[in-house]
Write a protein that binds this ligand. Structure first.
Ligand code: PLP
Length: 403
């Protein structure tokens, strides 16, 4: 269509959204579909958070706020970063936006010139490369497969950096792999980055609280304090407090970068809705017990999925160390034949088969840059997950070897 901007030609809509739409379409036909495509906590937002938004609206907190966020919320974020992450930021080094996604968008909008490169270790969050392309940048996506536990190695980082590199994105725990970096692993990446002063680092820490096996979370900022003046710490309330629909994310970073991000924000969305900021304030300053109970539930489900997948011949799963996804390897299914006589040529075909035969919705690894895998979300009840794994097992057992 001629009226669309040319920069949109290379940009794909969200693959997880697309998977969810396909699952919904099948459900609309009356089929009992389990949709494990989209990833959001299945718990309700804790009531004291919802009540804080209501109370704020009744108090008259219904006007525009400063683009960077209310002083109270930014102070609470500074306190959180100090208390939980050992990071020292003043409120002027903090911005609030409509979700971590908008933070990332604003940061890229504020920094990318045409042709600038962003290193996005694959598998990556589906929105990263699309945002980079939307804003004129070039995604560089080194593959970090199961053999490195889906973690970027210093050698792969060094090989990916060029004089045009503007950003390195890190995401831990990672979506879709659940991989986490230790302080030592971050520090060796930091040593590579120290040799390339043109590279900014975006550390997406939105899943920090969903961490298993008693691990402690180490922020990139804590591991590599010497890179503070080019590090943007990205976080939000969506995953930790079951607040995906409230749309509040935040970032801490060097003042010149934040000032530019604020300009983008003030000339586009103005600010986050005031009652939503009051809700985020209540989340960060109120009772924190929901975090531990969500984590316990997610860890139990992780265990359930790891045990279930281990019993399905042909599938592999590196146990996720955090977040609420399982990135399941399906190399042995490629080339096999469905009961309809169709050969599974790639992970997109596997996902299609699982949707149509097992009635389980998932997302192909192709969307995350590492194939052949498929991602399921474990943010659903134990009973639903158990049923989904059983269905996947039966569907896999129904495949035959090509003659
Ligand atoms: C790695 C990662 N970053 C950011 C987001 C989005 O966060 P928000 O809802 O705060 O925009 C997601 C959501 O799936 C994610 O997986």
């Amino acid at each position: 269509m001629t009226y669309l901007a040319t920069r949109l030609a290379a940009v794909k809509p969200s693959a997880s959204m697309a998977a969810s739409i396909a699952a919904k379409a099948l459900r609309a036909k009356g089929l009992d579909v389990i949709d494990l495509g989209l990833g959001e906590p299945d718990f309700p937002t804790p009531p004291h958070i919802a009540e804080a938004a209501y109370a704020a609206a009744l108090r008259g907190e219904t006007l525009y706020t400063a683009a960077a966020g209310t002083p109270a919320l930014r102070a609470a974020i500074a306190a959180k970063l100090s208390r939980e992450n050992g990071l020292d930021y003043v409120p002027d080094e903090i911005v609030v936006a409509n979700g971590a996604k908008q933070i990332i968008f604003n940061a890229l909008m504020a920094t990318l010139n045409d042709g600038d490169e962003a290193v996005l270790p694959a598998p990556y969050f589906v929105s990263y490369p699309e945002m980079v392309k939307l804003l004129g940048g070039v995604p560089v996506m080194p593959v970090c497969g199961a053999e490195t536990h889906f973690r970027l190695t210093p050698a792969a980082l060094e090989a990916a950096i060029t004089p045009r590199t503007k950003w390195l994105f890190l995401n831990m725990p990672g979506n879709p792999s659940g991989a986490v970096y230790s302080a030592a692993e971050l520090q060796v990446l930091g040593e590579v980055l120290a040799r390339h002063p043109q590279v900014l680092i975006l550390s997406d820490e939105i899943y920090e609280h969903i961490l298993f096996d008693g691990r402690d979370f180490v922020s990139f900022g804590k591991a590599c304090p010497e890179l503070r003046d080019r590090t943007l710490i990205v976080n939000g309330v969506a995953k930790a407090y079951a607040m995906t629909g409230w749309r509040v994310g935040y970032a801490a970073g060097p003042a010149p970068l934040l000032k530019a991000m604020n300009t983008v924000q003030s000339q586009s969305v103005t600010s986050v809705a005031a009652p939503m900021q009051a809700a985020a304030l209540a989340a960060l300053t109120g009772p924190q017990d929901c975090i531990a109970s969500f984590r316990t539930a997610f860890e139990r489900r992780r265990d359930l999925v790891v045990a279930g997948v281990a019993k399905i011949p042909g599938l592999t799963l590196t146990p996720p160390e955090g977040a609420f996804y399982a990135y399941i390897g399906c190399a042995e299914l490629i080339g096999k034949v469905t009961p309809e006589g169709k050969t599974l040529i790639d992970d997109t075909a596997v996902v299609d088969y699982l949707l149509n035969h097992a009635h389980v919705g998932s997302v192909p690894g192709a969307a995350y840059g590492v194939s052949p895998f498929f991602r399921i979300s474990t943010a659903t009840s134990d009973a639903v997950l158990t049923e989904a794994i059983a269905r996947i097992g039966r569907a896999v057992a129904n495949l035959t070897v090509a003659k």
